[in-house]
Design a protein around this ligand. Sequence first.
Ligand code: GAP
Length: 440
Amino acid sequence: MINKNEQKEIDLAKIANLCKRRGFIFQSSEIFGGLSSVWDYGPLGVELKKNIKDEWWKRNIYQRNDIEGLDASILMNQDVWKASGHLTNFADLLVDCKKCKKRFRSDKLDKPNCPDCGGELTQPRKFNLMFKTGTSSVEGQGQDIYLRPETAQGIFVNFSNVLTSSRRKLPFGIAQIGKAFRNEITTGNFTFRSREFEQMEIEYFVDPDQADKSYEYWLHERLNWYLDLGISKDNLKLRQHKKDELAHYARNCHDIEYLFPFGWSELEGIANRGDYDLRQHAKASGKELCYFDAAKKEKVVPYVIEPSGGVDRAFLAFLIDSYNEEKVKSEKRVFLKLHKKLAPIKAAVLPLLKNRPEIIETAKRLHKDIMSSYKVGYDDTASIGRLYRRQDEIGTLYCVTVDVQSLDDKKVTVRDRDTMQQVRIDMSNLKNYLDDNLKQ
Ligand code: GAP
């Protein structure tokens, strides 16, 4: 079967080029030659990223009544990482080429020699992925601390704080969006595997008896979130981890995979972490981390179901999935068919003639009228054909054109991004028109 993304023949270079040209994503520290696998989000990138995070937050915190939000710090006591197992287990097995000195993950190699130059490889060595830094109020006496490699641990160590302050009963969840850092060795594929990235994680605490049921529920709930925001069904699938693939804390895990241009790859992981984390932290800290079940009159250490997604990977998948090219009057039209909730700019006001002050004035007034409700663009720096192409390429849903006739009939033309159909509406009705069409 030919898949949608294969039919579209999207290559990642095309997406990366669009991102740079139109201000979605730039290489970090670019003027100094960059920093490998670290990225900056530009003016449109921050909007798209914010919309993704807002949709996740709305769905998981506002539109249900069993999950609380949290924003824990990136830096934590080093004992957290001893207890969680990350200091010992969060490592890749690496080999170095003795000839060209390149480094590879040994689990990704299918031949015994260097894939680049054929040279001899060293024996595999464990390499911890956490970035180390330190506190240093007194020279030489600080402690080693780490940039968190997952947001999850900030949730586990706050389990009792949230439980007590919110007076929750099982089942309930704690959700967090935040930065995580990993000293990744296998990088490349644009932002897919970055050294600094953002996660959207839920730790959902359940009675151990309910863990399997809850796990099934979250698999489908999370898959549906991507589908509801417009990702094509053909480009998403669930894949269960094999036993030898499971992380040190996981009893079961499925990845939601997306068909990226470089093949099926992980977008989000949903794991059953059992009671591993709460027990580990309780043992190491000496503080009880459990729930008192008043009905059963007993203490329970809840199991944890963890849907853990990457903001940057979701961003890349939404961008790739929405990328479209078509021929219009023998010219190529590129447009991002982003879901209306995700599109960085909802509408753009475009004056047809730049040398007519009344047209410019009317367009600027319209822009001002609607900008308090939506992220709206304004552009008068090119011909209308080029202005449309620019807006299509960044996924703007509606282009509102003010022309000579608008001065007489007080109407504007509104063009739909996907169908390119145009309707003429009263200027005074523009806000209502957008409200109706962009309704959440
Ligand atoms: N707390 C569980 C956890 O961190 P993970 O599978 O290692 O599990 C979860 O990471 C998600 O975080 C991944 O599915 C991916 O979306 C994102 N992620 C992980 N490493 C990443 C990286 N180096 N760059 C971008 N996103 C990453």
